[in-house]
Design a protein around this ligand. Structure first.
Ligand SMILES: C[S@@+](CC[C@H](N)C(=O)[O-])C[C@H]1O[C@@H](n2cnc3c(N)ncnc32)[C@H](O)[C@@H]1O
Length: 258
């Protein structure tokens, strides 16, 4: 019997955002190799008899973990098993899905991709921030804020997009914001960070690009960072949350004064 590997997107966190296909292959899986950003509530939906293998990458050990993932995928597929490679969001968006598929194809292993709801697309919308809006934003760019060997990714090709969505940008947010200002974006431009989106711990921080550049913002990873005029829509589409955030801010200011 030949095994098969399913490259499955787990969505941003809320299990209700899984696709039907993802749900079905999870329930039929014999092995599930899952990433750090896969929500426990999604993992709970997998076949209870499936072997679960944690394949999360901590900083600094990405490459050796990746070769171990290749090894495990191959081992289980060659043993004739149904293997689910479960990744946060969509497996083809900063998820190394392409590399894993290429490796398995080179080894003659059958692969099926099950797309997932990417945090880049879903979380802004859920928070009342449409990525495009007629007359405000005609398009958007999704980019990585991960610094490689201390250097920021090149931002110039994307800096003029109406809306920017930055993944993995929390750590380098101050440097990224300063670089975007240098490239011509306005310090008054509204921005939002959505932390742990679509989970019960979700938190949305709204500010300006200038405030990020000045190092004034506390943000926790993982977060999706949106930059652009569309952020203003949140006030209209999610007024209750905006009010609650404002009350929280007033509270913490009052506590500081006290
Ligand atoms: C390695 S990338 C993987 C992206 C994923 N494949 C996707 O399509 O959403 C990890 C980054 O995605 C973003 N991310 C993923 N899930 C998130 C969530 N629930 N809340 C906020 N950000 C999230 C963060 O920017 C995080 O640093």
């Amino acid at each position: 019997m030949r095994g098969k590997v399913y490259l499955v997107g787990a969505g941003p966190g809320d299990p209700e955002l899984l696709t039907l296909r993802a749900m079905r292959v999870l329930q039929e899986a014999e092995v599930v190799l899952y990433d750090r950003l896969v929500a426990p509530a999604v993992l709970e939906l997998a076949n209870p008899l499936a072997q679960r293998v944690y394949a999360g990458k901590e900083l600094g050990q990405q490459e050796c973990v990746q070769s171990e993932i290749f090894r495990q995928l191959l081992f289980h597929a060659r043993a004739g098993r149904k293997v689910v490679r479960l990744k946060g969001g969509d497996p083809m968006v900063y998820g190394r899905g392409g590399e894993e598929w290429a490796f398995l194809a080179g080894e003659g292993v059958e692969v099926e991709v099950v797309p997932g709801v990417s945090s880049a697309l879903a979380l802004p919308g859920l928070a009342g921030i449409p990525l495009t809006l007629r007359g405000v934003a005609g398009g958007f760019s999704v980019l990585s804020g991960h610094a490689q060997g201390g250097s920021l990714p090149e931002l110039a090709p994307y800096a003029r997009s109406d809306t920017l969505v930055i993944l993995m940008g929390v750590k380098e947010r101050v440097r990224i914001a300063r670089e975007l200002l240098r490239l011509g974006r306005s310090p008054q431009e509204p921005i939002a960070f959505i932390e742990k989106g679509s989970t019960p711990q979700e938190r949305v921080v709204v500010a300006t690009l200038g405030q990020v550049a000045a190092g004034e913002l506390e943000v926790q990873s993982p977060a999706v960072w949106i930059i652009g005029q569309v952020v203003r829509l949140r006030e209209r589409l999610h007024p209750a949350s905006v009010l609650q955030e404002a009350q929280l801010k007033t509270l913490s200011i009052a506590e500081t004064v006290r």
